[in-house]
Design a binder for this molecule. Sequence first.
Ligand code: PGA
Length: 251
Amino acid sequence: MRKNIVAGNWKMNTTLQEGVALAKEVNEALKDATPKCDVIICVPFTHLASINGEINQEKLGLGAENCADHKNGAYTGEVSASMVASTGAKYVILGHSERRQYYGETSDTLREKIALAFENGLTPIFCIGEVLEERENETHFDVVKKQIEDALFHLSAEEFGKIILAYEPVWAIGTGKTATDDQAQEMHAFIRGVIADKYGKEVADNTSILYGGSCKPSNAAALFAKPDVDGGLIGGASLDCASFMGIVNAF
Ligand code: PGA
């Protein structure tokens, strides 16, 4: 059966020293804990190797927030999937709405990134979600379905089974405006249906679908109680150990 997962997305926050300190704090908090979910932190590229040296990945998984859409070569400033894997990281967030919005990521580039993540043994945490206008004009289901179809439906069932999905309504990210637990459940159930139509019920039932967007300790329990919400992708609230652990312990 699918796993419950709480994953932090630190975005472009913390210096190396601050990031290592935060990772150590979370690692320490998990040391003697038995959370009812897997716990992951996705951190800036510059922090990966150092943090890998400080945490026990049996208890706290480590991931990057992006990787390049090329294997290697003349792509100044890019960081490849093999570089990410060589730090000891096991996960990579792909298709985050901030990457789509500010850095022009499309389903074409995302298909390349997913292939390279797989080649290097990384588990993609793949983000989908509509913008406010799409929700208001009620195209949100179509938009999310198309994001999944375009970027993922060329995969075999076995490959698809390795992906963690994160539904993040863009209007809820960093805005303090969380989707209600019913809105999250409605979309997560829809997504699971889309997966079932393509890959069958077993693959759909085994896919972890995380909710992201202003998730915090005060609303996490209600969201996670929904049958199709398998955890969260946490931005702002993952930058403080107590609030991140508050969300982990919401399960
Ligand atoms: P937020 O970000 O929790 O700060 O809204 C979530 C995300 O973008 O992954």
